[in-house]
Design a protein around this ligand. Structure first.
Ligand code: ADP
Length: 399
């Protein structure tokens, strides 16, 4: 068996490397893997190929070492990656700035431009580029396509995209709201319309991507009109370890009274806040168990999380005017039954009625969880960013 004609999808984070090999003709996942804690004392890798899995604790000093190990693991499966006839590579790139509005073939110029806009996403884009370079060194002749997390939101209307900031400063430093998780919001909103058997152009949706990172979007007829993440993925909903919306005055206050550096505050807001900051934990399963057991800190964190989520659901209902569907996706949205029930509780007057039995069903398939008489259809639609990236890579590479 080979992986000829398949697409390799790569998502390189600062200390992780996720990959998948998919058959674009059938959407079948052929291989799937994750290297974690790259650059730390002990790293780990999980590699799955056609039903058999390998897990190892190893030493991976950098992303090149991780790729070399992935190549070795494929070799043990009988696959020579460098000579396997892959048709394309799709790379997730977090920030496309004002330069990239669609999946783009990575040429030298494109590479330089991604590098240039890295200052907009210093926590993300440099890692994405390391992944691109390591894979390109291995597969120089396979077309590589960058798929940007911001692309879906690149036409947000001014009123949603602009901060009320001195325009001269905003323009000079490209400060505006870009939005992220776009690949997921685009895939899920299209899949929801397809599942409902309706034309995407006729459906107004609120998409709730609730994972460790979390964002909501308002999508009018397939076109996003607002989203909760902004210039960076820090804005908006309460997340696993990120604050979401926060008074910018807190930055000045912490610098003044706590003598914290910009780097300290960046780390505080991105890594030590959100649910983790409020109750010491960011795994939602554990939080829900603690809530059930009467744990006060977990209960408070859960209420803060829900309050913010409900605030945005309300805002997007007003922005859209008519809402046909509210769609839950990602780890929490797909699995956390109470989050779906509690975030939409008491909204019967707005035409939203959850069916408790349907909501309790566990499944990997898209499904409706509202009652038949609910004016707004509420759905769970599993996201699949890898598949979306693979399809985009094939479309661009095949041109
Ligand atoms: P990301 O891609 O942002 O890292 P995911 O979309 O994988 O995140 O979502 C991770 C989150 O989903 C974690 O908080 C995890 O606890 C939560 N999650 C996964 N399964 C369940 C479940 N069965 N019940 C509640 N939460 C869950």
């Amino acid at each position: 068996m080979t992986i000829e004609g398949s697409v390799l999808v790569v998502n390189a984070g600062s200390s992780s490397l996720k990959y998948q090999v998919l058959d674009p003709a059938t959407d079948e996942v052929i291989a799937d893997g994750l290297a974690e804690r790259i650059g730390e004392a002990t790293s780990s890798i999980k590699h799955w190929y056609r039903g058999s899995e390998v897990r190892r604790e190893v030493s991976l000093p950098d992303h090149r070492a991780a790729i070399a190990l992935v190549v070795d693991l494929f070799a043990a499966d009988g696959v020579d990656v460098a000579d396997s006839g892959l048709s394309a590579v799709g790379h997730r790139v977090v920030h496309g700035g004002r330069s990239f509005f669609a999946p783009t073939l990575i040429t030298d110029e494109v590479h330089s431009e991604i590098e240039r806009i890295s200052s907009l996403a210093p926590l993300h884009n440099p890692a994405n580029l390391i992944g691109i370079d390591a894979v390109t060194a291995l597969l120089p002749d396979v077309p590589a396509v960058a798929v940007f997390d911001t692309a879906f939101f690149s036409d947000l209307p001014d009123e949603a995209a602009l901060y009320a900031l001195d325009s001269a400063v905003a323009d000079e430093y490209a400060i505006r709201r870009y939005g992220f998780h776009g690949t997921s919001h685009e895939y899920v909103s299209a899949r929801a319309a397809e599942f409902l058997g309706r034309d995407l152009a006729e459906v107004n949706q609120i998409v709730l991507h609730l994972g460790n990172g979390a964002s909501a979007s308002a999508v009018r007829g397939g076109v996003p009109v607002d989203t909760t993440m902004g210039m960076t993925p820090l804005e908006g909903l309460v997340m696993g370890t990120r604050t979401g919306d926060i008074d910018a005055g807190i930055v000045f206050q912490l610098a003044r009274v706590a003598d914290m550096s910009i780097q300290d505050i960046d780390t505080l807001f991105n890594k030590r806040s959100g649910l983790k900051g409020l109750c010491g934990e960011n795994d939602f399963r554990a939080i829900l168990e603690r809530v059930d057991a009467g744990d006060e800190a977990a209960d408070r964190a859960y209420r803060v999380y829900l309050h913010r989520l409900r605030r945005y659901i309300g805002a997007y209902m007003i922005e859209l005017g008519r809402v046909d569907a509210i769609v839950f996706t990602a780890g929490v949205g797909e699995n956390a039954v109470p989050v779906r029930a509690d975030s939409l509780a008491g909204l019967e007057n707005y035409g939203i009625r959850i069916d408790a039995e349907r909501n309790a069903v566990r499944s990997d398939e898209p499904r409706v969880i509202s009652t038949d008489d609910s004016a707004v259809t509420v759905l769970v639609v599993p996201t699949n960013e890898e598949l979306a990236i693979a399809r985009a890579a094939v479309a661009v590479a095949g041109m």
